[in-house]
Ligand binder design. Structure first.
Ligand SMILES: O=C(O)[C@@H](O)[C@@H](O)[C@H](O)C(=O)CO
Length: 483
C-alpha cells in the first residue's frame, strides 16, 4: 500500500516521508509529504473523515488500494480535529529525565526525536520563549504545530512535552494555554526586588511589612540545621532568610496568580519555577523560601531552576569551578527532596559538557535540562559547510548588529574580538566560542535579513541538517549518561 501511495505522490511532485506512514485507526492512515519546501499531511481514508483546506478539492480515490487520498496543511484547526481523535498532542512529563529542545526555525523536531531514540528521556519538543517568538516572528501555536509536524514526519508515537518557556506575563501565558502547552516555565527574574537599590533603613521598614506567610517561614526555618545524607550540614541564616523574603515575596504573587489560571484552564501541566536569570546565585535560604512559600499556598510545582554558581552563558561550556558547582548543587538537590520532591532544572543547558555528568549524578538521574541555541547553531554549521558566501554575509550582519542582539542575552563577546573579514578557509571557525556566541544570539536579525536564503539551504540539505542536529544532541546525552 505504502509503495502505491508513494508512487502516486511522487508523480504529483511530492517527496514522501516513508517513516511517517502509519495507521491511525482501522480506516485511516496518515503520512507527511513535501513539495516546494512546504510540508503537508496526507490522509488515506475509507470513511468520511476529512480536514480543512484540502489539496485535492475532491478526494482522490486510489482504486488499487481502495482508499481515498487527500493532503492538508497542518493548520491549528486541523491539528485540533486530529488531536481530538488521535493521541498526537503533547502531554506532561512521565519520566525521570526530561530534556528540552528548542527549535527556533521549526525545522528539526524529527532530528530531535532521532536523538532521544536510544535514551530513556522525555523529550520536550516545542520549547519556546516569548523572546524567541518575538525574534522569529512566530506564535506559540506555530511553534507547537511545527513540532507536531516533526512528530508525524518521524512516525513518533511516544509522549512528548511542549514548554512555554520564560513566561513573565499573563498575555503570553494565555497565548500558550490557548495553544495547548503542557509545561509552563515561570521566569521570575524581572520581578525580583534588587536589595542593593535600598538603604538599610528602607530594608528594615520593608522587612516589617513582609506578609504573614513570609514571616511564618522565617520563624520556622531561622537557625535550623540541616544534615545531608553525606553528613555534610548547613544552618539557615535568619538574615539571609529575610533577604530572600524581601527579594522573592512579590514574585510569589505572580506564581500564585498564574497557578490559579493554569489550574482553572489546563487539566494536567508541569510547572517550572525559574529563578536562574537574575544576577545572584540562589542561596539555600532563597530555595527554602520559594519552595516553602509556594507549598504553603498549595502550589504544586514540578521543577525549580536555581541560579547555580558560575556562568551559564549561551552556546559555550560552563565557566566556573565545577567543585563549587557540585557543592551548591548537592544542597539544592537535598532541599528538593526534603521539600516534596521536585526536579532541579538546568537552564542555558546547551553545551555545558563539563558539568553534565556531575549534574546527572548528584540529582540521582532525575532532572530537567533545557537547550535551544545549540540546535540553531547546527543550521549555521550546515550553512558554513554548504554555502560559504551566505555564511560570510550572515557573519557580517551578525557583527554589525551585535550590540542590539546582546540586549536580549548575557554573553561575553565584544565587537573588537571579531575580524571584519572572517577566514572561510579555517574549518574550525564555527567551533570558536566567540563565533558560537555571536551566531547564537543573532538569530533574530539573521532571519529578519536572510530568512529566505537560510531556509533554502536548510531545506535543500534537510537530511544533513537533521544529522548535524541529531549528532549534537546525542553528544549532550553521551556526556549526561556517561558512567
Ligand atoms: O533563547 C531563549 O530565550 C531560550 O531558548 C533559552 O533561554 C532557554 O530557556 C534555555 O535555557 C535554552 O538553553
Amino acid at each position: 500500500m505504502i509503495n502505491k501511495v508513494a508512487e502516486y505522490l511522487s508523480r504529483e511532485g511530492f517527496y514522501f516521508y516513508e517513516k511517517s506512514f502509519r495507521k491511525f485507526s482501522e480506516d485511516i492512515y496518515i503520512f507527511v509529504v513535501k513539495k516546494a519546501n512546504e510540508k503537508s499531511i496526507g490522509l488515506l481514508t475509507q470513511g468520511d473523515f476529512t480536514l480543512s483546506s484540502p489539496y485535492f478539492t475532491e478526494r482522490k480515490y486510489l482504486k488499487e488500494i481502495g482508499y481515498y487520498l487527500n493532503l492538508y496543511p497542518l493548520t491549528y484547526e486541523n491539528f485540533v480535529i486530529l488531536k481530538d481523535k488521535f493521541s498526537i498532542a503533547p502531554s506532561p512529563c512521565n519520566k525521570k529525565v526530561s530534556f528540552g529542545m528548542g527549535d527556533r526555525l521549526g525545522l528539526v523536531t524529527a532530528a530531535h526525536i532521532r536523538a532521544v531514540e536510544n535514551y530513556d528521556v522525555f523529550p520536550v519538543l516545542a520549547q519556546q520563549s516569548p523572546r524567541e517568538l518575538m525574534k522569529t516572528h512566530r506564535s506559540f501555536k506555530e511553534a507547537i504545530l511545527k513540532a507536531i509536524l516533526g512528530v508525524l514526519e518521524e512516525g513518533y508515537t511516544g509522549k512528548f512535552g511542549a514548554d512555554a518557556d520564560h513566561i513573565k506575563d499573563e498575555n503570553y501565558l494565555m497565548e500558550a494555554i490557548d495553544a495547548g502547552y503542557t509545561m509552563y516555565t515561570l521566569d521570575l527574574s524581572d520581578m525580583l526586588v534588587k536589595l542593593s537599590d535600598y538603604t538599610e533603613s528602607q530594608l528594615k521598614e520593608k522587612a516589617e511589612k513582609l506578609n504573614i506567610t513570609s514571616k511564618r517561614i522565617i520563624e520556622r526555618f531561622k537557625g535550623k540545621k540541616f544534615v545531608m545524607p553525606t553528613k555534610e550540614a548547613f544552618t539557615v541564616s535568619e538574615e539571609e532568610l529575610y533577604k530572600s523574603a524581601l527579594t522573592y515575596e512579590k514574585a510569589m504573587d505572580f506564581v500564585e496568580k498564574v497557578y490559579g489560571i493554569l489550574k482553572d484552564k489546563v487539566k494536567n501541566f508541569d510547572l517550572e519555577i525559574s529563578i536562574d536569570e537574575g544576577d545572584k546565585d540562589t542561596t539555600v535560604e532563597d530555595h527554602i523560601f520559594v519552595a516553602e512559600y509556594l507549598h504553603e499556598k498549595g502550589i504544586d510545582f514540578w521543577s525549580l531552576a536555581p541560579k547555580f554558581p558560575g556562568e551559564f552563558q549561551k552556546a559555550i561550556d560552563y565557566i566556573g569551578d565545577v567543585d563549587k558547582f557540585a557543592v551548591e548543587l548537592k544542597k539544592h538537590q537535598f532541599l528538593s527532596r526534603e521539600f516534596g520532591g521536585y526536579k532541579l532544572s538546568l537552564h542555558s543547558g546547551s553545551d555545558k559538557f563539563s558539568i553534565y555528568k556531575v549534574f546527572s549524578e548528584i540529582t540521582e538521574g532525575e532532572f530537567h535540562i533545557k537547550t535551544s541555541g545549540t540546535s540553531w547553531l547546527q543550521a549555521v554549521n550546515l550553512i558554513f559547510e554548504k554555502d560559504k558566501e551566505l555564511f560570510k554575509e550572515l557573519y557580517q550582519i551578525a557583527l554589525y548588529n551585535l550590540e542590539e542582539s546582546k540586549k536580549a542575552y548575557k554573553v561575553l563577546i565584544d565587537k573588537k574580538d571579531f575580524p571584519e573579514n572572517i577566514n572561510l578557509e579555517d574549518s574550525q571557525i564555527v567551533s570558536k566560542p566567540e563565533i558560537k556566541q555571536l551566531f547564537h544570539i543573532s538569530y533574530g536579525v539573521l532571519l529578519e535579513e536572510r530568512k529566505k536564503q537560510i531556509f533554502e539551504v536548510l531545506n535543500k540539505y534537510e537530511e544533513e541538517h537533521y544529522e548535524f542536529v541529531r549528532k549534537n544532541i546525542e553528544n549532550h546525552f553521551k556526556e549526561i549518561f556517561s558512567k
